[in-house]
Design a protein. Structure first.
Lengths: 211, 211, 211
Protein backbone atom coordinates (compact mmCIF):
# COMPACT_ATOMS: atom_id res chain seq x y z
CA UNK A 1 0.00 0.00 0.00
CA UNK A 2 1.10 3.55 -0.60
CA UNK A 3 1.24 5.51 2.63
CA UNK A 4 1.25 9.25 2.05
CA UNK A 5 1.08 12.41 4.13
CA UNK A 6 -1.02 15.55 3.90
CA UNK A 7 -0.45 18.59 6.10
CA UNK A 8 -2.57 21.70 6.36
CA UNK A 9 -3.71 24.39 8.77
CA UNK A 10 -7.26 25.56 9.39
CA UNK A 11 -8.53 28.61 11.26
CA UNK A 12 -11.48 28.75 13.62
CA UNK A 13 -12.85 31.96 15.11
CA UNK A 14 -13.99 31.83 18.73
CA UNK A 15 -15.96 34.63 20.38
CA UNK A 16 -16.12 33.68 24.08
CA UNK A 17 -15.16 31.02 26.59
CA UNK A 18 -16.63 27.65 25.73
CA UNK A 19 -16.85 24.95 23.12
CA UNK A 20 -16.96 24.77 19.33
CA UNK A 21 -17.78 21.32 17.95
CA UNK A 22 -15.16 20.79 15.21
CA UNK A 23 -16.00 17.15 14.44
CA UNK A 24 -17.73 18.00 11.17
CA UNK A 25 -15.15 20.61 10.23
CA UNK A 26 -12.40 17.99 10.51
CA UNK A 27 -14.51 15.31 8.78
CA UNK A 28 -15.19 17.68 5.86
CA UNK A 29 -11.49 18.44 5.61
CA UNK A 30 -10.75 14.69 5.52
CA UNK A 31 -13.39 14.02 2.85
CA UNK A 32 -11.83 16.71 0.64
CA UNK A 33 -8.58 14.67 0.54
CA UNK A 34 -7.69 11.51 -1.34
CA UNK A 35 -6.42 9.58 1.69
CA UNK A 36 -9.20 7.63 3.37
CA UNK A 37 -7.59 5.60 6.16
CA UNK A 38 -4.88 6.68 8.57
CA UNK A 39 -3.92 8.54 11.70
CA UNK A 40 -4.58 12.27 12.00
CA UNK A 41 -2.73 14.57 14.39
CA UNK A 42 -4.40 17.83 15.32
CA UNK A 43 -2.33 20.43 17.17
CA UNK A 44 -3.89 23.66 18.34
CA UNK A 45 -1.17 26.28 17.84
CA UNK A 46 -2.09 28.34 20.92
CA UNK A 47 -1.57 28.15 24.70
CA UNK A 48 -4.91 29.51 25.93
CA UNK A 49 -7.33 27.05 24.32
CA UNK A 50 -7.59 23.24 24.16
CA UNK A 51 -8.76 20.33 22.08
CA UNK A 52 -10.95 17.89 23.98
CA UNK A 53 -13.33 15.03 23.30
CA UNK A 54 -16.57 15.00 25.25
CA UNK A 55 -20.33 14.39 25.11
CA UNK A 56 -22.09 15.54 21.93
CA UNK A 57 -25.77 15.44 22.93
CA UNK A 58 -26.73 17.55 25.96
CA UNK A 59 -25.52 21.19 25.88
CA UNK A 60 -25.68 21.24 29.70
CA UNK A 61 -22.59 18.98 29.71
CA UNK A 62 -20.62 21.77 28.03
CA UNK A 63 -22.07 24.37 30.40
CA UNK A 64 -21.08 22.29 33.44
CA UNK A 65 -17.62 21.63 32.01
CA UNK A 66 -17.05 25.33 31.45
CA UNK A 67 -18.30 26.29 34.93
CA UNK A 68 -16.17 23.62 36.52
CA UNK A 69 -13.06 24.85 34.69
CA UNK A 70 -13.74 28.40 35.87
CA UNK A 71 -14.13 27.14 39.47
CA UNK A 72 -10.98 25.02 39.49
CA UNK A 73 -8.86 27.70 37.79
CA UNK A 74 -10.42 31.01 38.92
CA UNK A 75 -9.46 34.38 37.48
CA UNK A 76 -8.84 35.97 40.88
CA UNK A 77 -6.26 33.41 42.00
CA UNK A 78 -6.20 30.15 43.94
CA UNK A 79 -5.64 28.64 47.36
CA UNK A 80 -4.48 25.07 47.84
CA UNK A 81 -7.28 22.54 47.54
CA UNK A 82 -6.90 21.69 51.25
CA UNK A 83 -7.14 25.41 52.21
CA UNK A 84 -3.75 25.50 53.91
CA UNK A 85 -2.40 28.33 51.74
CA UNK A 86 -3.42 31.96 51.34
CA UNK A 87 -4.88 33.22 48.09
CA UNK A 88 -2.16 33.31 45.43
CA UNK A 89 -2.62 35.78 42.60
CA UNK A 90 -1.12 35.16 39.17
CA UNK A 91 2.21 36.87 38.48
CA UNK A 92 1.66 36.69 34.69
CA UNK A 93 -1.25 39.15 34.52
CA UNK A 94 -0.28 41.75 31.87
CA UNK A 95 -2.68 40.38 29.26
CA UNK A 96 -5.74 40.42 31.51
CA UNK A 97 -7.10 38.32 34.40
CA UNK A 98 -8.29 35.56 32.04
CA UNK A 99 -4.87 34.97 30.44
CA UNK A 100 -2.93 32.97 33.04
CA UNK A 101 -6.00 30.86 33.95
CA UNK A 102 -6.28 30.06 30.23
CA UNK A 103 -2.67 28.79 30.17
CA UNK A 104 -3.35 26.59 33.22
CA UNK A 105 -6.60 25.25 31.74
CA UNK A 106 -4.64 24.36 28.60
CA UNK A 107 -2.12 22.30 30.57
CA UNK A 108 -4.92 20.55 32.52
CA UNK A 109 -6.45 19.45 29.20
CA UNK A 110 -4.47 19.10 25.95
CA UNK A 111 -3.63 21.03 22.81
CA UNK A 112 -2.62 18.05 20.64
CA UNK A 113 -4.70 14.99 19.86
CA UNK A 114 -4.31 12.07 17.46
CA UNK A 115 -7.22 10.03 16.16
CA UNK A 116 -7.89 7.15 13.81
CA UNK A 117 -9.56 7.70 10.45
CA UNK A 118 -11.45 5.02 8.55
CA UNK A 119 -13.63 5.45 5.49
CA UNK A 120 -12.72 9.18 5.49
CA UNK A 121 -14.16 9.78 8.98
CA UNK A 122 -12.77 10.26 12.48
CA UNK A 123 -13.26 7.14 14.58
CA UNK A 124 -15.31 8.41 17.52
CA UNK A 125 -17.93 6.88 19.77
CA UNK A 126 -21.62 7.52 19.17
CA UNK A 127 -21.74 10.12 21.97
CA UNK A 128 -18.37 11.71 21.31
CA UNK A 129 -17.57 15.03 19.66
CA UNK A 130 -14.24 16.74 19.17
CA UNK A 131 -14.25 20.27 20.62
CA UNK A 132 -12.10 23.34 20.43
CA UNK A 133 -12.31 24.67 24.00
CA UNK A 134 -11.70 28.42 24.18
CA UNK A 135 -10.40 29.57 27.59
CA UNK A 136 -10.13 33.33 26.94
CA UNK A 137 -13.12 35.63 27.62
CA UNK A 138 -13.22 37.19 24.17
CA UNK A 139 -11.96 34.33 22.04
CA UNK A 140 -9.59 34.75 19.12
CA UNK A 141 -8.62 33.40 15.71
CA UNK A 142 -7.43 29.83 16.48
CA UNK A 143 -5.26 27.82 14.09
CA UNK A 144 -5.08 24.04 14.08
CA UNK A 145 -2.22 22.21 12.36
CA UNK A 146 -3.44 19.02 10.68
CA UNK A 147 -1.21 16.10 9.77
CA UNK A 148 -2.80 13.08 8.09
CA UNK A 149 -0.71 10.01 7.37
CA UNK A 150 -2.49 7.17 5.63
CA UNK A 151 -3.45 5.56 2.37
CA UNK A 152 -5.96 5.88 -0.39
CA UNK A 153 -7.55 2.50 -0.41
CA UNK A 154 -9.43 0.18 1.78
CA UNK A 155 -7.36 -2.91 1.31
CA UNK A 156 -8.00 -6.60 1.53
CA UNK A 157 -6.31 -7.47 4.78
CA UNK A 158 -6.48 -11.18 5.43
CA UNK A 159 -6.76 -14.43 3.56
CA UNK A 160 -10.18 -15.06 5.11
CA UNK A 161 -11.40 -11.68 3.88
CA UNK A 162 -10.19 -12.53 0.39
CA UNK A 163 -12.20 -15.74 0.57
CA UNK A 164 -15.26 -13.80 1.74
CA UNK A 165 -14.91 -11.46 -1.18
CA UNK A 166 -14.51 -14.38 -3.61
CA UNK A 167 -17.84 -15.69 -2.34
CA UNK A 168 -19.47 -12.29 -2.54
CA UNK A 169 -18.38 -10.59 -5.70
CA UNK A 170 -21.06 -7.87 -5.44
CA UNK A 171 -19.56 -6.68 -2.17
CA UNK A 172 -16.13 -6.67 -3.74
CA UNK A 173 -17.35 -4.75 -6.76
CA UNK A 174 -18.82 -2.09 -4.47
CA UNK A 175 -15.46 -1.64 -2.75
CA UNK A 176 -13.58 -1.50 -6.04
CA UNK A 177 -16.01 1.04 -7.47
CA UNK A 178 -15.89 3.18 -4.33
CA UNK A 179 -12.12 3.30 -4.63
CA UNK A 180 -12.02 3.86 -8.35
CA UNK A 181 -10.75 7.18 -9.59
CA UNK A 182 -11.70 7.47 -13.26
CA UNK A 183 -8.94 10.00 -13.86
CA UNK A 184 -6.19 8.02 -12.18
CA UNK A 185 -4.79 6.55 -15.39
CA UNK A 186 -4.72 9.97 -17.07
CA UNK A 187 -3.10 11.63 -14.03
CA UNK A 188 -0.43 9.01 -13.85
CA UNK A 189 0.18 9.07 -17.61
CA UNK A 190 -0.21 5.35 -18.01
CA UNK A 191 1.50 4.17 -14.87
CA UNK A 192 -0.38 1.44 -12.98
CA UNK A 193 -2.27 2.83 -9.99
CA UNK A 194 -2.76 0.85 -6.80
CA UNK A 195 -6.31 0.21 -7.78
CA UNK A 196 -5.12 -1.26 -11.10
CA UNK A 197 -2.71 -3.50 -9.25
CA UNK A 198 -5.37 -4.51 -6.73
CA UNK A 199 -7.78 -5.39 -9.49
CA UNK A 200 -5.10 -7.44 -11.27
CA UNK A 201 -4.34 -9.21 -8.00
CA UNK A 202 -8.01 -9.95 -7.36
CA UNK A 203 -8.37 -11.32 -10.87
CA UNK A 204 -5.42 -13.60 -10.16
CA UNK A 205 -6.88 -14.77 -6.86
CA UNK A 206 -10.46 -15.18 -7.92
CA UNK A 207 -10.07 -16.39 -11.48
CA UNK A 208 -11.42 -14.38 -14.41
CA UNK A 209 -14.86 -16.02 -14.26
CA UNK A 210 -15.87 -15.12 -10.69
CA UNK A 211 -15.62 -11.35 -11.10
CA UNK B 1 10.05 -0.81 3.84
CA UNK B 2 6.35 -1.52 3.57
CA UNK B 3 4.33 0.57 5.98
CA UNK B 4 0.87 -0.87 6.56
CA UNK B 5 -2.12 -0.17 8.77
CA UNK B 6 -4.28 -2.36 10.98
CA UNK B 7 -7.44 -1.13 12.69
CA UNK B 8 -9.59 -2.95 15.20
CA UNK B 9 -11.81 -2.43 18.23
CA UNK B 10 -11.66 -4.27 21.54
CA UNK B 11 -14.14 -4.33 24.41
CA UNK B 12 -13.33 -4.20 28.10
CA UNK B 13 -15.91 -4.67 30.85
CA UNK B 14 -15.58 -2.44 33.92
CA UNK B 15 -17.55 -3.01 37.11
CA UNK B 16 -16.79 0.03 39.29
CA UNK B 17 -14.80 3.25 39.48
CA UNK B 18 -11.09 2.62 39.18
CA UNK B 19 -8.35 1.16 37.03
CA UNK B 20 -7.95 -1.80 34.71
CA UNK B 21 -4.38 -2.43 33.58
CA UNK B 22 -4.68 -2.95 29.81
CA UNK B 23 -0.94 -3.07 29.02
CA UNK B 24 -0.94 -6.83 28.47
CA UNK B 25 -4.25 -6.77 26.64
CA UNK B 26 -2.81 -4.31 24.12
CA UNK B 27 0.52 -6.16 23.93
CA UNK B 28 -1.28 -9.44 23.22
CA UNK B 29 -3.30 -7.73 20.51
CA UNK B 30 -0.07 -6.40 18.96
CA UNK B 31 1.65 -9.79 19.08
CA UNK B 32 -1.30 -11.34 17.24
CA UNK B 33 -0.57 -9.04 14.26
CA UNK B 34 2.16 -9.17 11.62
CA UNK B 35 3.34 -5.58 12.09
CA UNK B 36 6.06 -5.34 14.71
CA UNK B 37 7.23 -1.72 14.74
CA UNK B 38 5.11 1.42 14.51
CA UNK B 39 2.87 3.92 16.21
CA UNK B 40 -0.39 2.80 17.83
CA UNK B 41 -3.31 5.11 18.53
CA UNK B 42 -5.82 4.03 21.16
CA UNK B 43 -9.07 5.95 21.43
CA UNK B 44 -11.59 5.13 24.14
CA UNK B 45 -14.98 5.59 22.47
CA UNK B 46 -16.72 6.94 25.60
CA UNK B 47 -16.94 10.22 27.51
CA UNK B 48 -17.06 8.94 31.10
CA UNK B 49 -13.81 6.96 31.27
CA UNK B 50 -10.18 7.69 30.39
CA UNK B 51 -6.93 6.16 29.24
CA UNK B 52 -3.96 7.04 31.43
CA UNK B 53 -0.40 5.92 32.05
CA UNK B 54 0.69 5.60 35.66
CA UNK B 55 2.62 3.51 38.17
CA UNK B 56 2.36 -0.26 37.81
CA UNK B 57 3.71 -1.55 41.12
CA UNK B 58 1.93 -0.30 44.24
CA UNK B 59 -1.89 -0.63 44.21
CA UNK B 60 -2.06 2.26 46.71
CA UNK B 61 -1.08 4.62 43.88
CA UNK B 62 -4.30 3.69 42.09
CA UNK B 63 -6.33 4.03 45.29
CA UNK B 64 -4.91 7.52 45.93
CA UNK B 65 -5.47 8.55 42.31
CA UNK B 66 -9.08 7.45 42.48
CA UNK B 67 -9.72 9.20 45.81
CA UNK B 68 -8.07 12.36 44.55
CA UNK B 69 -10.24 12.37 41.43
CA UNK B 70 -13.37 11.98 43.56
CA UNK B 71 -12.25 14.89 45.76
CA UNK B 72 -11.41 17.25 42.92
CA UNK B 73 -14.58 16.42 40.95
CA UNK B 74 -17.15 15.54 43.66
CA UNK B 75 -20.56 14.06 42.90
CA UNK B 76 -22.46 16.66 44.97
CA UNK B 77 -21.07 19.68 43.09
CA UNK B 78 -18.16 22.09 43.43
CA UNK B 79 -17.12 25.48 44.78
CA UNK B 80 -14.23 27.43 43.30
CA UNK B 81 -10.85 26.26 44.57
CA UNK B 82 -10.39 29.62 46.40
CA UNK B 83 -13.80 29.24 48.10
CA UNK B 84 -15.20 32.47 46.67
CA UNK B 85 -18.21 30.81 45.02
CA UNK B 86 -21.21 28.96 46.44
CA UNK B 87 -21.71 25.27 45.81
CA UNK B 88 -22.63 24.71 42.17
CA UNK B 89 -24.61 21.60 41.37
CA UNK B 90 -24.40 19.90 37.96
CA UNK B 91 -27.13 20.83 35.49
CA UNK B 92 -26.58 17.60 33.49
CA UNK B 93 -27.82 15.17 36.15
CA UNK B 94 -30.44 12.96 34.44
CA UNK B 95 -28.17 9.92 34.26
CA UNK B 96 -27.23 9.94 37.94
CA UNK B 97 -24.94 11.97 40.22
CA UNK B 98 -21.80 10.19 38.93
CA UNK B 99 -22.41 11.04 35.26
CA UNK B 100 -21.39 14.68 34.93
CA UNK B 101 -18.37 14.22 37.25
CA UNK B 102 -17.30 11.36 34.95
CA UNK B 103 -17.43 13.71 31.91
CA UNK B 104 -15.30 16.29 33.75
CA UNK B 105 -12.79 13.64 34.91
CA UNK B 106 -12.50 12.52 31.27
CA UNK B 107 -11.61 16.03 30.11
CA UNK B 108 -9.06 16.44 32.95
CA UNK B 109 -7.33 13.27 31.73
CA UNK B 110 -7.54 11.95 28.15
CA UNK B 111 -9.46 9.46 26.07
CA UNK B 112 -6.94 9.13 23.22
CA UNK B 113 -3.30 8.15 23.49
CA UNK B 114 -0.58 7.28 20.97
CA UNK B 115 2.43 5.13 21.81
CA UNK B 116 5.48 3.68 20.12
CA UNK B 117 5.75 -0.04 19.39
CA UNK B 118 9.02 -1.89 18.95
CA UNK B 119 9.56 -5.64 18.76
CA UNK B 120 5.78 -6.09 19.03
CA UNK B 121 5.55 -4.34 22.41
CA UNK B 122 4.42 -0.95 23.69
CA UNK B 123 7.40 1.23 24.56
CA UNK B 124 6.78 2.04 28.23
CA UNK B 125 9.03 2.70 31.20
CA UNK B 126 9.80 -0.05 33.72
CA UNK B 127 7.30 1.40 36.21
CA UNK B 128 4.60 2.37 33.70
CA UNK B 129 1.32 0.68 32.90
CA UNK B 130 -1.45 1.74 30.57
CA UNK B 131 -4.80 1.94 32.36
CA UNK B 132 -8.43 2.20 31.44
CA UNK B 133 -9.78 4.50 34.16
CA UNK B 134 -13.50 4.01 34.76
CA UNK B 135 -15.22 7.10 36.20
CA UNK B 136 -18.80 5.77 36.55
CA UNK B 137 -19.88 3.99 39.76
CA UNK B 138 -21.12 0.83 38.07
CA UNK B 139 -18.79 0.63 35.09
CA UNK B 140 -19.89 -0.42 31.65
CA UNK B 141 -18.81 -2.16 28.44
CA UNK B 142 -15.96 0.04 27.15
CA UNK B 143 -14.75 -0.07 23.54
CA UNK B 144 -11.28 1.03 22.45
CA UNK B 145 -10.52 1.79 18.80
CA UNK B 146 -7.01 0.63 17.87
CA UNK B 147 -5.06 1.96 14.91
CA UNK B 148 -1.58 0.53 14.28
CA UNK B 149 0.57 1.97 11.50
CA UNK B 150 3.95 0.35 11.03
CA UNK B 151 5.98 -2.32 9.30
CA UNK B 152 6.68 -5.99 9.51
CA UNK B 153 10.40 -6.09 9.82
CA UNK B 154 13.17 -4.82 11.92
CA UNK B 155 15.23 -3.33 9.17
CA UNK B 156 18.88 -2.63 8.65
CA UNK B 157 18.94 1.11 9.09
CA UNK B 158 22.44 2.38 8.41
CA UNK B 159 25.51 1.43 6.43
CA UNK B 160 27.45 0.92 9.66
CA UNK B 161 24.83 -1.51 10.90
CA UNK B 162 25.11 -3.46 7.64
CA UNK B 163 28.85 -3.71 8.22
CA UNK B 164 28.27 -4.89 11.79
CA UNK B 165 26.00 -7.59 10.56
CA UNK B 166 28.50 -8.69 7.91
CA UNK B 167 31.03 -9.15 10.69
CA UNK B 168 28.56 -10.93 12.91
CA UNK B 169 26.53 -13.31 10.86
CA UNK B 170 25.13 -15.16 13.90
CA UNK B 171 23.45 -11.98 15.10
CA UNK B 172 22.06 -11.41 11.63
CA UNK B 173 20.79 -14.95 11.39
CA UNK B 174 18.94 -14.51 14.68
CA UNK B 175 17.16 -11.44 13.33
CA UNK B 176 16.29 -13.15 10.07
CA UNK B 177 14.94 -16.19 11.88
CA UNK B 178 12.90 -14.07 14.31
CA UNK B 179 11.28 -12.35 11.34
CA UNK B 180 10.68 -15.49 9.33
CA UNK B 181 7.12 -16.57 8.76
CA UNK B 182 7.20 -20.16 7.45
CA UNK B 183 3.76 -19.75 5.91
CA UNK B 184 4.44 -16.47 4.16
CA UNK B 185 5.21 -18.05 0.79
CA UNK B 186 2.01 -20.13 0.92
CA UNK B 187 -0.09 -17.15 2.05
CA UNK B 188 1.25 -14.99 -0.69
CA UNK B 189 0.87 -17.73 -3.33
CA UNK B 190 4.42 -17.49 -4.52
CA UNK B 191 4.91 -13.77 -4.47
CA UNK B 192 8.17 -12.60 -2.89
CA UNK B 193 7.63 -11.46 0.70
CA UNK B 194 9.63 -8.65 2.24
CA UNK B 195 11.65 -11.19 4.16
CA UNK B 196 12.53 -12.96 0.88
CA UNK B 197 13.67 -9.68 -0.59
CA UNK B 198 15.63 -8.82 2.53
CA UNK B 199 17.38 -12.18 2.50
CA UNK B 200 18.24 -11.71 -1.18
CA UNK B 201 19.61 -8.27 -0.40
CA UNK B 202 21.68 -9.60 2.50
CA UNK B 203 23.09 -12.34 0.30
CA UNK B 204 24.10 -9.67 -2.20
CA UNK B 205 25.72 -7.53 0.47
CA UNK B 206 27.47 -10.23 2.43
CA UNK B 207 28.42 -12.65 -0.30
CA UNK B 208 27.12 -16.21 -0.34
CA UNK B 209 29.95 -17.57 1.80
CA UNK B 210 29.52 -15.38 4.91
CA UNK B 211 25.95 -16.40 5.70
CA UNK C 1 6.93 8.10 -1.36
CA UNK C 2 8.96 5.99 1.03
CA UNK C 3 7.63 6.20 4.54
CA UNK C 4 10.19 5.08 7.11
CA UNK C 5 10.49 4.94 10.87
CA UNK C 6 13.20 6.01 13.29
CA UNK C 7 13.09 5.23 17.02
CA UNK C 8 15.43 6.44 19.71
CA UNK C 9 15.58 7.42 23.36
CA UNK C 10 17.06 10.56 24.85
CA UNK C 11 17.87 11.41 28.46
CA UNK C 12 17.26 14.71 30.20
CA UNK C 13 18.49 15.51 33.71
CA UNK C 14 16.12 17.50 35.93
CA UNK C 15 17.21 19.03 39.24
CA UNK C 16 14.00 20.36 40.80
CA UNK C 17 10.27 20.80 40.26
CA UNK C 18 9.53 22.84 37.16
CA UNK C 19 10.01 23.08 33.44
CA UNK C 20 12.74 22.30 30.94
CA UNK C 21 12.11 23.61 27.43
CA UNK C 22 12.88 20.64 25.17
CA UNK C 23 11.70 22.18 21.88
CA UNK C 24 15.22 22.74 20.59
CA UNK C 25 16.47 19.42 21.91
CA UNK C 26 13.80 17.63 19.89
CA UNK C 27 14.32 19.84 16.84
CA UNK C 28 18.06 19.14 16.90
CA UNK C 29 17.35 15.42 17.15
CA UNK C 30 15.02 15.70 14.13
CA UNK C 31 17.56 17.66 12.07
CA UNK C 32 20.17 14.95 12.71
CA UNK C 33 17.91 12.44 10.90
CA UNK C 34 17.20 11.97 7.19
CA UNK C 35 13.40 12.05 7.53
CA UNK C 36 12.05 15.59 7.20
CA UNK C 37 8.26 15.31 7.29
CA UNK C 38 6.10 13.11 9.49
CA UNK C 39 4.51 12.50 12.84
CA UNK C 40 6.62 12.21 15.98
CA UNK C 41 5.49 10.50 19.16
CA UNK C 42 7.25 11.41 22.38
CA UNK C 43 6.61 9.27 25.44
CA UNK C 44 8.14 10.16 28.78
CA UNK C 45 9.02 6.82 30.37
CA UNK C 46 8.24 7.92 33.95
CA UNK C 47 5.17 8.41 36.14
CA UNK C 48 6.21 11.48 38.14
CA UNK C 49 6.89 13.98 35.34
CA UNK C 50 4.93 15.17 32.28
CA UNK C 51 5.24 16.51 28.77
CA UNK C 52 3.25 19.66 28.17
CA UNK C 53 2.96 22.46 25.63
CA UNK C 54 2.68 25.98 26.99
CA UNK C 55 3.82 29.59 26.62
CA UNK C 56 7.45 30.15 25.64
CA UNK C 57 7.97 33.85 26.38
CA UNK C 58 7.28 34.94 29.95
CA UNK C 59 8.97 32.83 32.68
CA UNK C 60 6.21 33.92 35.09
CA UNK C 61 3.81 31.64 33.19
CA UNK C 62 5.93 28.67 34.22
CA UNK C 63 6.17 29.92 37.81
CA UNK C 64 2.38 30.32 38.03
CA UNK C 65 1.82 26.89 36.44
CA UNK C 66 4.12 25.27 38.96
CA UNK C 67 2.55 27.05 41.93
CA UNK C 68 -0.91 26.17 40.72
CA UNK C 69 0.02 22.50 40.39
CA UNK C 70 1.40 22.48 43.94
CA UNK C 71 -1.83 24.08 45.19
CA UNK C 72 -4.18 21.72 43.41
CA UNK C 73 -2.18 18.60 44.33
CA UNK C 74 -0.58 19.48 47.70
CA UNK C 75 2.06 17.34 49.37
CA UNK C 76 0.22 17.18 52.71
CA UNK C 77 -2.99 15.73 51.28
CA UNK C 78 -6.29 17.01 49.95
CA UNK C 79 -9.88 17.76 50.87
CA UNK C 80 -12.68 17.74 48.32
CA UNK C 81 -12.88 20.94 46.30
CA UNK C 82 -16.26 21.75 47.94
CA UNK C 83 -14.76 21.23 51.44
CA UNK C 84 -17.20 18.47 52.42
CA UNK C 85 -14.48 15.91 53.19
CA UNK C 86 -11.74 15.81 55.83
CA UNK C 87 -8.08 16.02 54.86
CA UNK C 88 -7.06 12.79 53.13
CA UNK C 89 -3.38 11.87 53.32
CA UNK C 90 -1.74 9.77 50.60
CA UNK C 91 -1.47 6.05 51.32
CA UNK C 92 1.43 5.65 48.86
CA UNK C 93 4.01 7.66 50.83
CA UNK C 94 7.09 5.43 51.15
CA UNK C 95 9.13 7.38 48.58
CA UNK C 96 8.58 10.79 50.18
CA UNK C 97 5.75 13.34 50.41
CA UNK C 98 6.36 14.57 46.84
CA UNK C 99 5.97 11.14 45.21
CA UNK C 100 2.21 10.50 45.17
CA UNK C 101 1.44 14.15 44.27
CA UNK C 102 3.84 13.70 41.32
CA UNK C 103 1.86 10.64 40.11
CA UNK C 104 -1.41 12.62 40.33
CA UNK C 105 0.09 15.64 38.53
CA UNK C 106 1.22 13.26 35.76
CA UNK C 107 -2.32 11.95 35.26
CA UNK C 108 -3.75 15.51 35.25
CA UNK C 109 -1.36 16.37 32.41
CA UNK C 110 0.12 13.80 30.00
CA UNK C 111 3.24 11.73 29.50
CA UNK C 112 2.79 11.03 25.78
CA UNK C 113 2.38 13.57 23.02
CA UNK C 114 2.34 13.38 19.21
CA UNK C 115 3.22 16.31 16.95
CA UNK C 116 3.57 17.10 13.27
CA UNK C 117 6.98 17.66 11.69
CA UNK C 118 7.55 19.66 8.52
CA UNK C 119 10.85 20.80 7.06
CA UNK C 120 12.63 18.98 9.92
CA UNK C 121 10.90 21.04 12.64
CA UNK C 122 8.08 20.50 15.13
CA UNK C 123 4.93 22.30 14.02
CA UNK C 124 4.20 24.60 16.96
CA UNK C 125 2.62 28.02 17.31
CA UNK C 126 4.76 31.13 17.62
CA UNK C 127 4.20 31.27 21.39
CA UNK C 128 4.39 27.53 22.06
CA UNK C 129 7.19 25.50 23.57
CA UNK C 130 7.33 21.82 24.45
CA UNK C 131 8.25 21.27 28.09
CA UNK C 132 9.36 18.42 30.26
CA UNK C 133 7.57 19.16 33.54
CA UNK C 134 9.34 17.66 36.55
CA UNK C 135 7.00 16.99 39.49
CA UNK C 136 9.52 15.60 42.02
CA UNK C 137 11.39 17.95 44.39
CA UNK C 138 14.89 16.74 43.46
CA UNK C 139 14.37 15.79 39.83
CA UNK C 140 15.92 12.74 38.21
CA UNK C 141 17.33 11.34 34.98
CA UNK C 142 14.31 11.36 32.63
CA UNK C 143 14.16 9.27 29.45
CA UNK C 144 11.94 10.10 26.47
CA UNK C 145 11.15 7.49 23.82
CA UNK C 146 11.02 9.05 20.36
CA UNK C 147 9.23 7.52 17.39
CA UNK C 148 9.35 9.37 14.07
CA UNK C 149 7.38 8.05 11.11
CA UNK C 150 7.71 10.03 7.91
CA UNK C 151 9.54 10.51 4.67
CA UNK C 152 12.69 12.07 3.31
CA UNK C 153 11.37 14.41 0.70
CA UNK C 154 9.09 17.30 0.30
CA UNK C 155 6.98 15.97 -2.49
CA UNK C 156 4.91 17.43 -5.27
CA UNK C 157 1.42 16.83 -3.98
CA UNK C 158 -1.13 17.88 -6.57
CA UNK C 159 -1.45 18.27 -10.30
CA UNK C 160 -1.84 22.02 -9.90
CA UNK C 161 1.42 22.16 -7.96
CA UNK C 162 3.15 20.26 -10.74
CA UNK C 163 1.88 22.86 -13.19
CA UNK C 164 3.11 25.65 -10.95
CA UNK C 165 6.50 24.09 -10.84
CA UNK C 166 6.57 23.67 -14.61
CA UNK C 167 5.98 27.41 -14.90
CA UNK C 168 8.54 28.21 -12.25
CA UNK C 169 11.53 26.00 -12.79
CA UNK C 170 13.75 28.03 -10.44
CA UNK C 171 11.46 27.22 -7.53
CA UNK C 172 11.49 23.56 -8.49
CA UNK C 173 15.26 23.52 -8.78
CA UNK C 174 15.54 24.96 -5.28
CA UNK C 175 13.39 22.15 -3.88
CA UNK C 176 15.31 19.48 -5.77
CA UNK C 177 18.65 20.89 -4.62
CA UNK C 178 17.47 21.15 -1.00
CA UNK C 179 16.54 17.48 -1.10
CA UNK C 180 19.64 16.33 -2.89
CA UNK C 181 22.05 14.10 -1.01
CA UNK C 182 25.30 13.96 -3.02
CA UNK C 183 26.28 10.71 -1.33
CA UNK C 184 23.00 8.92 -1.88
CA UNK C 185 24.18 6.98 -4.91
CA UNK C 186 27.27 5.76 -3.10
CA UNK C 187 25.30 4.83 0.07
CA UNK C 188 22.80 2.86 -1.91
CA UNK C 189 25.50 1.10 -3.92
CA UNK C 190 24.16 2.23 -7.24
CA UNK C 191 20.46 1.71 -6.66
CA UNK C 192 18.19 4.55 -7.75
CA UNK C 193 17.20 6.76 -4.81
CA UNK C 194 13.82 8.42 -4.50
CA UNK C 195 15.37 11.70 -5.48
CA UNK C 196 16.74 10.08 -8.67
CA UNK C 197 13.29 8.75 -9.45
CA UNK C 198 11.67 12.09 -8.66
CA UNK C 199 14.08 13.91 -10.95
CA UNK C 200 13.38 11.43 -13.74
CA UNK C 201 9.67 11.91 -13.20
CA UNK C 202 9.99 15.68 -13.28
CA UNK C 203 11.96 15.48 -16.51
CA UNK C 204 9.14 13.41 -17.97
CA UNK C 205 6.49 15.87 -16.84
CA UNK C 206 8.25 19.07 -17.70
CA UNK C 207 10.07 18.06 -20.86
CA UNK C 208 13.85 18.17 -21.03
CA UNK C 209 13.91 21.75 -22.26
CA UNK C 210 12.02 23.43 -19.38
CA UNK C 211 14.40 22.35 -16.59
Amino acid sequence: MNIEQITDQISIKTHSQGFIDITNIINKWIKSKTLIKGIINLTLLHTSASLTINENADPRVLKDLNNYMKAIVPEDGFTSINNTSNLQRYSHADEGPDDMPAHIRTSLTTSSISLSIEESSLTLGVWQALYLWEHRQKGSERRIAIHFIGDKQRFVQTTSEVIDYKENSNELNKIVISNHDPNAWAKDEGIDTNIDLMIDRIHDLAGEDTI
